[in-house]
Design a protein around this ligand. Structure first.
Ligand SMILES: C[S@@+](CC[C@H](N)C(=O)[O-])C[C@H]1O[C@@H](n2cnc3c(N)ncnc32)[C@H](O)[C@@H]1O
Length: 370
């Protein structure tokens, strides 16, 4: 999928513009210059002008610094001074039909005031995520009541706020099917889904665990209103555990896959926080535990080297590994020590589980060797 940056680049190239300066202090800071200029233009703040003297600084269309240019981004108030070569209307007319990214507030009233505040923040962060690639205008909030409008501190005028149901919004825009991102779905989101005209994320913040399985209810409601809903989940190595569940992060994962073509596991890793990675590690580590009985006492041991393996696809630091070990009452030992323990122990089955038993005398030897 083309980004706004790509569309802007193409428009400049079509006009024979190969580099661009800026007559605005805003662009001195490090940033994605092309994308930021394009955003300013489509928001009616500036345009591209031909300037009589070469600008001091300029960037080529890949964002690399070059010597200077006879073309520059400048605020719209300069339109009487220089010749405008790309206007806001000109760039807007070149934008493709990007899909709608809808945050569905069907469950708004089930939230506490604090959760509603968080929900508004996540909507605002979703707008920023979209602006990294597209314009931000693709964001739509449905079932948006007065309370949402009051509590939302983002740019209401730059997103679409629809008071009614999602189905109503879709029908008004000639859309009769959509993808619903749903952790309870059977099917995993895939490339074939990226042609959809609308992607829906549940506007749900579940701090108290009271809104379990509320996303499928959104599908039921929409299907009742005549929309074909394709429910899709995002997974990390086949499991939803470890996938960040904040709305803006889910949107980030979808966009990274769609625009950058990243595989799902890599996109999830990019948006993961150590907290989400620990959720998954709590599920993974017990699978590797070896049970030892030393002098009647039980020890559950895992290989220390597992940290290297898991940190390859989970965003964990050594302290996260240690935290999870402690929570699960597991001990991590180097592989060579485990081999030694296995040599001096013998397997027994007790209550249907395999234990490696080390006799007291051997345990003493073990301590001596340590
Ligand atoms: C905090 S989650 C709410 C989940 C809700 N408690 C439930 O059990 O249905 C907010 C939204 O993020 C999206 N989401 C979260 N995790 C997801 C996953 N693994 N796959 C797809 N969508 C997900 C869904 O659209 C969901 O409605």
């Amino acid at each position: 999928m083309k980004t706004l940056r790509d569309v802007f680049r193409e428009a400049l190239r079509d006009m024979g513009v190969e580099s661009l300066g800026a007559l605005s202090k805003r662009f001195r800071k490090p940033m994605d210059k092309l994308q930021e200029m394009a955003l300013e233009i489509i928001n009616g703040k500036g345009a591209v002008f031909r300037v009589p003297e070469r600008t001091l600084v300029a960037w080529d269309l890949e964002g690399n610094r070059v010597e200077g240019s006879y073309y520059a981004y400048a605020p719209l108030c300069m339109k009487d001074k220089f010749e405008m070569v790309l206007s806001p209307e000109g760039l807007l007319s070149k934008l493709p039909e990007w899909p709608y990214f809808i945050i569905d507030l069907y469950h708004w009233d089930r939230h506490s005031q604090r959760e509603k505040g968080r929900l508004c923040l996540q909507v605002n962060q979703s707008y920023s995520v979209l602006r990294r690639y597209l314009t931000g205008r693709e964001l739509t909030v449905t079932w948006a009541n007065d309370e949402f409008r009051r509590m939302f501190h983002g740019p209401l005028e730059r997103i679409t706020v629809h008071e009614g149901p999602t189905a109503e919004f879709l029908k008004e825009n000639g859309i009769n099917e959509a993808i619903l991102l749903d952790p309870w779905a059977e099917k995993v989101l895939s490339r074939e889904d990226f042609n959809a005209k609308a992607f829906i994320i549940g506007g749900i913040v579940d701090t108290g665990g009271t809104k379990r399985k509320t996303t499928p209810k959104i599908a039921e409601e929409m299907e009742g209103a005549g929309i074909q809903v394709h429910r899709r989940k995002i997974t990390l190595k086949g499991d939803v555990i470890g996938v960040p569940d904040r709305i803006n992060r889910i949107l980030g994962i979808v966009l990274t896959m769609m625009v950058e073509g990243k595989p799902m596991d890599e996109a999830v890793y990019e948006f993961q926080e150590p907290r989400h990675a620990r959720w998954r590690l709590r599920k993974e580590l017990p699978k590797h535990a070896i049970r030892y009985r030393v002098d009647g006492k039980l020890y559950r041991v895992v290989e220390k080297e597992l940290f290297d393996y898991y940190s390859g696809w989970l965003k964990i630091r050594p302290e996260d590994f240690t935290k999870v070990l402690r929570e699960l009452n597991l001990i991590a030992l180097e592989q060579r020590r485990i081999h030694h323990l296995n040599k001096i122990s013998s397997p027994r089955i007790m209550h249907g589980k395999v234990y490696r038993v080390i006799l007291l005398k051997k345990a003493a030897m073990l301590c001596y060797n340590c």
